[in-house]
Design a protein around this ligand. Sequence first.
Ligand code: GDP
Length: 424
Amino acid sequence: MVRAIVGANWGDEGKGKITDMLAKESDIIIRFQGGSNAGHTIINEYGKFALHLLPSGVFYSHTTSIIGNGVALNIPYLMGEIQSLTDRGVPKPRILVSDRAQILMPYHVLFDTYEEARLAGKSFGSTKSGIAPFYSDKYAKIGFQVSELFDEETLKEKVERVCVLKNVMLEHLYHQPKIDPAELLNTLHEYRDMIAPYVCDVSAYLAEAIREGKNILLEGQLGSLKDPDHGIYPMVTSSSTLAAFGAIGAGIPPYEIKNITAVVKAYSSAVGAGAFVSEIFGDEADELRRRGGDGGEFGATTGRPRRMGWFDAVATRYGCRIQGATEAVLTVLDVLGYLDELPVCVGYEIDGAVTKDFPTTVKLQKAKPVYVKLPGWKCEIRGIRKYEELPENCRNYIEFIEKEIGTPIKMVSNGPGRDEIIYR
Ligand code: GDP
């Protein structure tokens, strides 16, 4: 059975915790898109970890963790991440890397940094992990597949060809040092030796696993609204964040994805630029940011303070629909116990008309939130394990959200820990 765990919002919904939790009953966990540009925070018996490239199933000894072909593979970063786990007492995970995954090159990081600097105030808020240049090259067909590392002739020819192109930009657009093809080839030889023990024909491996009835998790990065097609373009990421892409980025048939678990955060947070209709500011935002997540709402990769807002039912319903969510998990609900009342954005007012449909970016920029206020529950809900034991106002908040987003909320997360979960 294949299940996708994906974000219904802007990312940072707590997918890492849910994946880590569900990985207990799974055999294989796969990252199918993105790269090391966003982080998943996981707390378990080994401590607190921020994973960027590895799937959130690496903490169990019974699981196989896979980097699918859809991922932007930063090889030294992956090696460092594996090392950082074993250094802290986590048993060495079983890891496979698709021979069709493409390699994030050192120059992708440079180009990302130079382009952000060139755009200055008009930048997209990139994490400068090289993701946009990586996917640009992939689709421009000048990317490097892992398999190509093992064919010296192809590799050498391609390195030379690509350097010509890159060096024009480096010299004339960015006024930066050029790439030396010989040096780059050496780096790629190092990459080849590092990655060799992990390389696998992942789609063939997964076809066999599916035939054997294995439990497989696809772990998404970021969320619906950061999808390049269906999100808040251009303030999006460069690979699809949707469950549908899980089939492509892992190499399995789309109809094998039986469950799509949309992770929904009980309030809103976002990083980077872009319209954010239910955003809050000032003291109100500072307080939620300070109390939010586990130890505050700051980016797991960049440490940037996240933008904060009230729950946006318009964006989340759309986020669940575009994911094709079969169920939702409502996370970080415990954080909201301090509020007297909880505004929920149930509509967008655009040019005088109220809509419940999430618009395209041009219209989104004009949208004003329409709020309904629900009473708070004013107490700590951590430690509760039964739905009926939640305070009535808290259940009302959950059920109101469930109705608005049109997706059954099957689990409620009331703390960052692995077992802090309420099943409904
Ligand atoms: P991801 O990228 O979707 O995995 O999300 P992040 O890991 O970036 O952000 C989620 C943050 O919230 C992490 O710090 C988690 O430890 C924390 N978290 C997850 N679920 C809960 C929850 O139910 N309650 C609280 N307080 N924190 C949570």
